[in-house]
Write a protein that binds this ligand. Structure first.
Ligand SMILES: Cc1ncc(COP(=O)(O)O)c(C=O)c1O
Length: 410
């Protein structure tokens, strides 16, 4: 614990500081943007390169590639678009199945549906990421595996791959996942939308960034992500061939771009030069954002811990980006449930958010198979995400903590 955290704990612990407890405006997560981006935006206007071509796209792709030490990167319109293209490039066919987590943002699952394939929902482990043990049990006990093909006994359909999500920037146990994928000949799509900057420090993948281990990885740069382009995403590919295939599909699958010949159905999923101009400016600040995210996480964690409350840990053997902070609200101990607390905090201008509605319980997916979902229900009931923007001041943090503790029963 460093001095500033010590002081913070003391201040909060004393409970008699001179906070202004009046309503403030502390959103959950807002972008940290600066006007120093304006010359780049000006350039897009002056040159007319505002659409899906222009120097910022390749510059941003290269900068992200260097930062995460990836082989190939390609900018796309959104993380969702990136996931859709990835599934197609990985050879997912209509009628196939893909194993997906139920505890995630729905964008990790919808692209399976767009591809006319079927999701099979898997539980999470205590790190909120897909449970690799259950995944293995499911494949062993509920599927057949012959001639390199996994078939789900229940549906009779082929299972082609696994989508893993590094939830809240917490790196998935990729060693376990890749081992299972190898054993069962499945593709692994890493949804690293929330995990730019998260990496492994121990084990087989020490030094590797989230998104660079599976068959393909995807990042998102929407407004609540650690860096933002307004809206945008990036695909991380291990080979140029794969990256080119994705670029091809993202640009309407032009077999002959001059004569407009299309031998396949493509998509308009390319990143714009304006978005990339934001990205070029934002990626230069990522180290600073990562430091702030980590400092704020430990400030919260320390003081909540001192008061008998728990913020979920990130996995050991990793250096995560500390993107979102998960406060556990136990109704019996706290005196109200997370929903009531969330509403109460609004009176003080503090925006918090429950974890996502589990995807297997969402209307479009009610009929789809969900395998022994237990922990996801537990965490969905208890996790409240608290403000985590990188432009939060120390005073904002104090206010959030102080307000939450003031609402806790003694
Ligand atoms: C886990 C996860 N997957 C996918 C996405 C989709 O990204 P985008 O909003 O860029 O489409 C997001 C973020 O929004 C996300 O958090």
């Amino acid at each position: 614990m460093n001095n500033s955290i010590d002081e913070f704990v003391e201040k909060i612990g004393a409970g008699k500081s001179s906070y202004n407890m009046k309503k403030r405006n502390i959103p959950l997560s807002v972008p940290n943007l600066d006007l120093d981006i304006l010359p780049y935006i000006r350039e897009t206007i002056e040159t007319g390169w505002v659409s899906t071509g222009g120097r910022f796209i390749t510059e941003f792709e290269d900068k992200v590639k260097d930062f995460i030490d990836a082989d190939f990167t390609r900018g796309v319109q959104s993380g969702t678009a990136g996931l859709h293209l990835s599934l197609l490039a990985l050879g997912l066919q209509p009628g196939d199945e893909v194993i997906v987590p139920t505890l995630t943002f729905i964008a990790a699952v919808n692209p399976v549906y767009y591809s006319h394939a079927y999701p099979v929902f898997m539980d999470c482990a205590d790190d909120l990421n897909i449970d690799s043990l259950k995944l293995h049990t499911f494949l062993t006990e509920e599927c057949t595996f012959e001639n390199g093909i996994v078939v789900n006994k229940k549906s009779g359909r082929k299972i082609k791959g696994i989508v893993v999500v590094h939830v809240f920037g917490n790196p998935v146990d990729m060693e376990a996942i890749m081992k299972i994928a190898e054993e069962y000949n499945l593709f692994v799509l890493e949804d690293a939308s929330e995990a730019l900057g998260s990496k492994y420090t121990e084990g087989k993948y020490a030094g590797k960034h989230c998104g660079t281990i599976g068959d393909l990885g995807v990042l998102s740069f929407n407004a609540n992500k650690i860096i933002t382009t307004g809206g945008g995403g990036m695909i991380i590919a291990p080979t140029e061939e794969m990256a080119d295939r994705i670029s091809f599909l993202a640009t309407q699958a032009k077999t002959d771009p001059w004569r407009f010949i299309h031998d396949e159905v493509g998509y308009n999923y390319r990143m714009t030069n304006i978005a990339a101009a934001f990205g070029v400016s934002q990626i230069d600040k990522i180290e600073q954002f990562l430091t702030t995210k980590s400092n704020n996480y430990f400030r919260y964690k320390t003081v909540f811990h001192e008061h008998g409350m728990k913020i979920l840990d990130f996995n050991e053997g990793t250096n995560p980006n500390y993107w979102f902070y998960s406060l556990m609200i136990d109704e019996k101990e706290f005196g109200m449930n997370k929903e009531a607390l969330m509403l109460k905090l609004m009176d003080y201008g503090i925006q918090t958010r429950p974890i996502w509605g589990l995807i297997h319980q969402q209307k479009p997916y009610l009929e789809h198979q969900a395998y022994q979902i237990e922990k996801a229900l537990y965490y969905a009931d208890k996790v409240l995400n608290i403000p985590c923007s990188t432009n939060l001041t120390t005073d904002d943090l104090d206010f959030v903590v102080k307000t939450i503790l003031s609402l806790k029963k003694n």
